[in-house]
Each structure stands twice: as structure tokens, then as C-alpha cells.
Write a protein that binds this ligand. Structure first.
Ligand code: ATR
Length: 292
């Protein structure tokens, strides 16, 4: 939708706002569910420059959208702009899903739920005996992952980050079970952890690879990456070749979309292998053994 077409639409329309937002695959996800469920509605990309983000939210109720997803760099502005943020969004200080209730702007953050739902689907029982976990990175994505792991009982959570202050800020936000650490500490931490999560941008297409020696890791450690381009990151590849269980990050993107769709359009959609294939096809990937 272009700015000139921002009149009230006859079709209930949600959007994703960000800057830039042209690579977002959220429209593919939501349009797939709308078609699958036979619903009238639409979902579009809506680029909003940083200097206009606060205005966008301030004028949301009079605008053309029934709700929106919020992506980088607007999640903190969204949090500051909503009339009410739910408990998760408040804990994270960031909003990624917005809707209206009686004309009031409401906000949630579904990144944590998306992260956990992906593991529930692809590594069922991963939290049966939650113990120590390692989270690589201490940015916005790490916040959602740490919140989710705490909610599932993981402790302690070692937060390994290049910039020590940011790891320490996680301990201030989430409490003493969060243990700030540096990359040099990793070899000593690996034998303790049953879960290893990468939330840094390392390993992402165009970024340096994440190269860590997994020799000291437990044989039963689950390794997951929130980076999903490429689908098999260098970390996941190294883990797989060491025989470790892995979960890629694409499912987090798919699952974080579920609560927003349900808020805006009614039914709760399901993340299916078909939806995963659709997104992979858009990424130019045909998964080996993709049946069902
Ligand atoms: P996001 O909101 O996606 O988490 P972010 O807040 O920019 O993005 O955080 C990126 C994370 O990747 C941070 O933990 C960052 O480490 P610093 O806090 O030290 O910046 C980490 N990261 C990015 N590039 C890195 C690199 N070359 N080496 C080590 N860590 C890196």
C-alpha cells in the first residue's frame, strides 16, 4: 500500500511497519492463512521512516489498518506509543504486535512466544528438565529469548556477549539467574548447558560466520539459531556434524505471527509444513525430504 492509498479500506487490512520493510515475508504468511481459512482480509508492507514512527502510532486509530506488526527499528517506539502494553511487552520494553480495543492502541510482543513455540513443535520436550542454558548475544532478540527460557524454567542462563555491559544489562532486567559472560568463557560453560541459542547476527548472510568449537558441548545439548538466512547457519552445521540436535530459526518467524493474526482476523492459524515450504520457496530453498 502506498501512502497515497491510505484511505480506510473496505477489506480489513493489517500491515508490517519497519524501515526498511521491503524484504519482510510477513505478507506471505498472513495472506496464506487468510486464503487457507477463507477469510476476507489483507496484509501489506508499510515502510515508515524512523522520524515518522511516533506519528504513525499516534494516528493509528484514524488510519486504514486494523493492526500491525512492528519490526526493526520501531519496536521500542511502538512500546512507548501504545496506550497499554501487555506483560511480555512490558518485560521486554518492546512491542511487535499492535491492535485496537475501543479505539485504544494495545501492544504485545510475540517474539518470545514464537521462539518457544518453534522449539515445542520441532524439539518437543526440550524443557522437560530445564537446567543451564547459554544465550549468545545481548541485543533485542536476546531479550525475548531470555524471557522465554526463564518462563520455561531454565536457570542459570549464561549470556555471552562481546560487549560486557549489554550482558550485564540483561542480568539487571531479568535477575540473578542471568549470568553475564564473555566469549572467552564459552569453553568452560559449554559442558554445563542443555540448550545453546544464537541470537547474534553472526552467521547471517552478509555477516561474519559464528565459529565456535562445540567439542566441549554436552552430547544432549539442543542447538538453535534465530538466524534463518541461511537456513543452516555455520553454527547449526557444526552442531549437526557433531551429531547434536538442532532447530533452525525459520519457525520462530512463522510462530511469532500466530497471535497477531488471531487478534486481527479471529481464528488461530496453524504453522504447517506447507507454510514453511512456501517461505522456503520464496527464499529459493527446496528442503531435502520435504514431504507431507
Ligand atoms: P537484535 O535486536 O537483532 O538482537 P542488536 O541489538 O543489534 O540486534 O544485537 C546484535 C547482537 O549481535 C549483539 O549481541 C551484538 O554484540 P554487541 O552487543 O557486542 O554489539 C552481536 N554481534 C553483532 N556483530 C557481532 C560481532 N562481529 N561479534 C560479536 N558479536 C556480534
Amino acid at each position: 500500500m502506498t501512502p497515497s492509498s491510505l484511505q480506510a479500506s473496505a477489506v480489513p487490512t493489517a500491515c508490517v511497519i519497519g524501515w526498511p520493510v521491503k524484504h519482510s515475508r510477513s505478507p506471505i504468511i498472513h495472506r496464506h492463512w487468510l486464503a487457507e481459512l477463507g477469510l476476507t482480509g489483507d496484509y501489506v508492507r508499510h515502510p515508515v521512516e524512523p522520524e515518522h514512527a511516533a506519528d504513525f502510532f499516534a494516528n493509528f486509530a484514524g488510519g486504514p489498518f486494523i493492526g500491525c506488526n512492528v519490526t526493526v527499528p520501531h519496536k521500542e517506539v511502538a512500546f512507548a506509543s501504545v496506550a497499554h502494553a501487555d506483560a511480555v511487552a512490558t518485560a521486554l520494553g518492546a512491542v511487535n504486535t499492535v491492535w485496537l480495543e475501543d479505539g485504544r492502541l494495545m501492544g504485545s510482543n510475540t517474539d518470545a512466544e514464537g521462539f518457544i513455540a518453534n522449539l515445542d513443535q520441532l524439539a518437543q520436550g526440550f524443557d522437560a528438565n530445564p537446567g543451564a542454558a547459554i544465550v549468545l548475544g545481548a541485543g533485542g532478540a536476546a531479550r525475548a529469548v531470555i524471557w522465554a527460557l526463564q518462563a520455561r524454567g531454565f536457570a542459570p542462563i549464561h549470556v555471552v556477549n562481546r560487549t560486557r555491559d549489554r550482558a550485564e544489562a540483561m542480568a539487571e532486567r531479568f535477575g540473578p539467574d542471568i549470568r553475564p559472560a564473555g566469549w572467552n568463557d564459552l569453553p568452560a560453560l559449554l559442558p554445563q548447558a542443555g540448550l545453546l541459542v544464537n541470537t547474534t547476527s553472526l552467521g547471517m548472510e552478509g555477516q561474519p560466520p559464528l565459529t565456535i568449537d562445540l567439542a566441549a558441548a554436552r552430547d544432549d545439548v539442543l542447538v538453535t539459531d534465530i538466524v534463518y538466512i541461511p537456513l543452516e547457519t555455520p553454527l547449526l552445521k557444526a552442531a549437526r556434524s557433531r551429531g547434536l540436535q538442532t532447530v533452525d530459526g525459520l519457525g520462530m518467524l512463522l510462530h511469532q505471527a500466530v497471535p497477531g493474526f488471531e487478534r486481527w482476523f479471529g481464528p488461530r492459524p496453524v504453522v504447517t509444513p506447507e507454510l514453511r515450504r512456501l517461505i522456503l520457496a520464496d527464499m529459493g530453498i527446496v528442503e531435502a525430504g520435504a514431504a507431507a
